[in-house]
Structure formats: structure tokens, C-alpha cells
Design a protein around this ligand. Structure first.
Ligand SMILES: [Cu+2]
Length: 522
């Protein structure tokens, strides 16, 4: 087994001495130096990643006993293996690492109160070439799950092994207001998360209950009846860079975090979507490496933001611009009934960003990423109620500690409180069933950091010393922080004791050590 540790390479200057192990990487770097690939936009239809199908055979095997504490699970099988994916009609196929043969991976469907058991089988090639590591860990991002199921970065399995992940689908203190709507899952292997996720190990995880039931015709008076079925569409954004032969280009030593020049949604470069003249719910995930996005419709029309990372907002936020950092989720409702049949509208990104540090500018003219073709009428029984899901209360009387987190850079590594990742020493030891205030700031103006905290959703009490914008007042698990915009967070530690990580979700920063962990004490 070749253990190529990025951190060791960077800190010891061992690149030249790495010999054979480094050869494929260097070749890829050289091969990339061509002009950006010119592709015809909007020729591929937007793919919708299918749901992960139940695999009854998993039940009753292995060590699932503890799962039954949460009730009988629905069981699924998730197989990691090499496979091919085509990002655009006119591109050659790309070798990737896929979950169940697809990118993005199959979508987990979760129901409040019904545990999900994922048997994850690593069938990756142990003698792979190029970047990443075929050792794999799985993080259900945003999930409220035990440490053993959370994808601790050292809990990786080797090719030929499997591991069961239990997603209990419970909420802290039984408070259904904590229930999310759009999460995702991805590899979380120590030092190699960026490469492994970029090779393809990522997918979506949707959550439903009696309120957000996924049925716009639901007769239950509690049901919100948001747009559902074919009108409820995930949009997983990912920028990629390809070599001339169609292989993924990845610079494993790029400390800034890599940005790509091909903008994909659900695995396709600039796709199109035929839409009816009615409301649609879009679940937007930025599932890339480092890039930020700033979305507007081409006609600058308003849309409603209905959910953030941790689920539905208390009330919809009407806007015509949405800035979104890596790993964040926002859900928006676009009402196409304002358009005529035959009209075309694009969803544009206005960020100019040439490296992983931070956006360089906001462009007046956006880059169209997704084409909507209004092609039909359709009935619309859906609604966007003025009250979506009430937020759980912020109980400052339960706050028992205040922590300061300073995000910075030292010696070619990214640091939290001047420390690089150290799996043996937690940064904090919070007490079970308490809350804390975390003051997070960035030292140095050259970069942004999307900070992600595992295990519970937090709330942003303050951004830049004042109340955050309306769409950031809901439940969050990622918060973008920069030098001029420190944040104050309200963080809870409920249900589970033990270790959980928190880290920058610019995956290049994360792998270069901008990760710490806290150890919840009984
Ligand atoms: Cu960062």
C-alpha cells in the first residue's frame, strides 16, 4: 500500500523523492496546460440522480443490533467502485469512483423516525493510479448520528471491506423542528477527502416527515404541500477540470483548494431542463472543492428561499440573488407561471474565481449554468405557505461555555487556533446536553473558509457583529467566514457522546489540516 500523505509531501519537500508514486500525478499536471475546453452548452438534459433502492438482503447480517434501539431500519447497499461517467455529450468518458455506478451517487431517502442502515462496500481498486486513496470513509453531512456512524476520518475501510452506517433519523430532544430537508453524503478519509470526493464519492440525502411530506396533494392538514415529485429537483453543482483525454485533472498539492473550469450540475456540464408553467422546488448543493457561487435568474426575477442546510426556514425569503459556499445547501422555489411557453431562462452564476482562496469579483454579466425551457402548462396544487417549519428556540440560558476559533495559516498549512489536525487531542470537550457560543474569525484577508461542524445544526447569532441576513437565520451546518465577517454561533451537543470533527469545507484546506475535533463528555 502506497501511503502518499499530502501533508508529509508538503512539509518535508518529499515530492521529488516520492518517485513512482508521484509519476501519475505529475503527468496529469503537465497534460492539463491547454486552453479551456470549448463545449456547446445546454445540449444535455439535466439528469436527476435516482433514489437508493432498499436492499433487504442486508438485514440481519453483521453488527446492526444497536440500530434496533432506534427501530427497525430500512436497509440499503452502497458500493464504491471504479466506473465511467460522461460530463458532456462531446467529452470522452471520465474514469471516476462511483457509488452504485453513478455520479452523483444514488439519493438517500429518509423518513423521520425510521432508521436508515447503509451497508457500504468498498470495491475500489487497491492498486489505483492518480490522486485520492482507495481507502474510504463516509460522512452523512448534516446528519445527527453516533460517532461510529459519522465518518470519523480515520474510520476508513480498505478495498474488499464493508462497514455499516446507521442513520437513526432522530432529532435532538425529540424536537421535530430540528428535522432537516436536504443533506448530502461524501467520503471523509483523512488527508484524501478532496481527491476522493472529486473522484466521485458524493451524493444527496433527502429527508421527509408528515409536515414536509413530499406530496403536494397531501390531504393531511399539517402538510406544507410544497412542490413535489417531478417538480422537486436536486441541483448538485460541481466544478471540474479535465485533461485532454477526459481524465480528471487534480492538483493534490494545491494548498488553496482547486477550482475547475467546467461547471456541472448533477454530473453534466451546463444542462437544460424542460419546465412547466408552475412552481418548482430546487434543492441546491454546492458539492465541489472550493468554488463559491452567486446565483441569479437571467431576467433577475425573484425566487423564494425556503430552506438552508438544516431544513426549512421559518418563513420563505424572497430575493433575486443567492450567494452559496461549498457544501452549503439552499432550497429555492421558482414560479415559472410568469413565463410563456417557449420562453428560455437561465440560472446564472456571477462569481469570478480563479483560485480556491476566495472569489475575485462579482461579474455584472452572469455565467449561465442551467437553461430552463418553458415548454408546457401543468396543474399546480403546490403552495409555499407563509410559515414553513418553526425554528427550535435559542435557549441562551443553556449556554455553558464560549469558545473562540481563529482560522488561519501557518507554515504552509491551514490552522484552527494555530493548530493543525491532530487526531489524538480534541480542541474542545463540551458536555452532553449543553450549548456553547463559538466565535469564529479569520486571520488574514486573503481567503474565505466555509466552516462545517458535525453532529448538530448550529444557528448564526451574529455575522460581522450584527444580525445575519434572513436566509442565514435558519439551521446551518456550514458557515462562510472571512476576515471582515466573523460569526457568532450557537452550537448544541445532544444525544451522543464522543468525537466529532469540525473543519473547513474547502476540501483543499480540510486535507491540509484545517480540521479539529470535539469530544462530547457524558
Ligand atoms: Cu478554508
Amino acid at each position: 500500500m502506497i501511503q502518499m500523505n499530502r501533508r508529509a509531501l508538503l512539509t518535508t519537500g518529499a515530492v521529488a523523492g516520492a518517485g513512482v508514486a508521484m509519476a501519475p500525478l505529475m503527468k496529469r499536471v503537465t497534460a492539463q496546460g491547454g486552453a479551456p475546453i470549448a463545449l456547446t452548452p445546454f445540449v444535455d438534459e439535466l439528469p436527476i440522480p435516482g433514489a437508493l433502492n432498499e436492499a433487504l438482503t442486508v438485514q440481519g447480517q453483521g453488527f446492526e443490533d444497536r440500530c434496533y434501539a432506534w427501530g427497525a431500519p430500512k436497509t440499503y447497499e452502497l458500493i464504491e467502485a471504479e466506473g465511467k461517467h460522461r460530463f458532456h455529450r462531446d467529452l470522452p468518458e471520465t474514469d471516476m469512483w462511483l457509488y452504485n455506478g453513478q455520479f452523483p451517487g444514488p439519493t438517500f431517502i429518509n423518513k423521520l423516525g425510521v432508521p436508515t442502515l447503509i451497508r457500504r462496500i468498498n470495491n475500489l481498486n487497491p492498486v489505483h493510479t492518480g490522486f485520492g486513496m482507495p481507502e474510504s470513509s463516509l460522512h452523512h453531512h448534516g446528519g445527527h448520528q453516533a460517532p461510529a456512524d459519522d465518518g470519523w476520518p480515520l474510520d476508513f475501510i480498505h478495498p474488499g471491506q464493508y462497514r455499516d452506517h446507521i442513520i437513526p433519523n432522530i432529532v435532538p430532544e425529540g424536537d421535530a423542528r430540528e428535522w432537516p430537508s436536504t443533506l448530502w453524503y461524501h467520503d471523509h478519509t483523512i488527508d484524501y477527502t478532496a481527491g476522493n470526493v472529486y473522484r466521485g464519492l458524493a451524493g444527496l440525502s433527502l429527508h421527509f416527515d408528515d409536515v414536509d411530506s413530499g406530496n403536494e396533494n397531501d390531504p393531511n392538514p399539517q402538510a406544507l404541500r410544497l412542490p413535489s415529485g417531478q417538480y422537486d429537483i436536486p441541483l448538485a453543482f460541481r466544478d471540474v477540470a479535465l485533461n485532454a483525454d477526459g481524465s480528471l485533472f487534480f492538483d493534490q498539492l494545491n494548498i488553496k483548494g482547486q477550482v475547475g473550469n467546467l461547471m456541472t450540475i448533477n454530473g453534466k456540464v451546463k444542462p437544460y431542463l424542460k419546465v412547466a408553467r408552475r412552481k418548482y422546488r430546487f434543492r441546491i448543493l454546492i458539492g465541489g472543492l472550493a468554488r463559491e457561487y452567486r446565483f441569479q435568474l437571467s431576467d433577475k426575477s425573484p425566487f423564494q428561499i425556503i430552506a438552508s442546510d438544516g431544513g426549512l426556514l421559518e418563513t420563505p425569503v424572497t430575493t433575486n440573488v443567492l450567494h452559496q459556499a461549498n457544501a452549503e445547501r439552499y432550497e429555492i422555489v421558482i414560479d415559472f407561471s410568469r413565463y410563456q411557453i417557449g420562453q428560455q431562462i437561465t440560472l446564472n452564476d456571477h462569481i469570478v474565481q480563479i483560485d480556491g482562496n476566495k472569489p475575485d469579483a462579482v461579474a455584472a454579466v452572469g455565467n449561465p449554468l442551467l437553461l430552463f425551457v418553458v415548454d408546457r402548462d401543468a396543474p399546480d396544487p403546490s403552495q409555499v405557505p407563509a410559515t414553513l417549519r418553526p425554528l427550535p428556540p435559542i435557549e441562551l440560558n443553556r449556554v455553558v461555555a464560549t469558545r473562540n476559533l481563529v482560522l488561519s495559516k501557518k507554515g504552509g498549512m491551514w490552522t484552527i487556533n494555530d493548530k493543525v489536525w491532530n487526531p489524538t487531542v480534541p480542541l474542545f470537550r463540551p458536555k452532553l446536553n449543553t450549548f456553547e457560543i463559538w466565535n469564529v474569525s479569520v486571520k488574514g484577508g486573503g481567503w474565505n473558509h466555509p466552516l462545517h461542524i458535525h453532529q448538530e445544526f448550529f444557528r448564526i447569532l451574529k455575522r460581522g457583529g450584527t444580525t445575519p441576513p434572513a436566509h442565514e437565520r435558519g439551521k446551518k451546518d456550514v458557515v462562510l467566514v472571512w476576515d471582515k465577517s466573523p460569526v457568532q454561533l450557537y452550537v448544541g451537543f445532544r444525544t451522543f457522546t464522543g468525537p466529532y470533527v469540525f473543519h473547513c469545507h474547502n476540501l483543499g484546506h480540510e486535507d491540509l489540516a484545517m480540521m479539529g475535533w470535539y469530544d462530547v463528555q457524558p
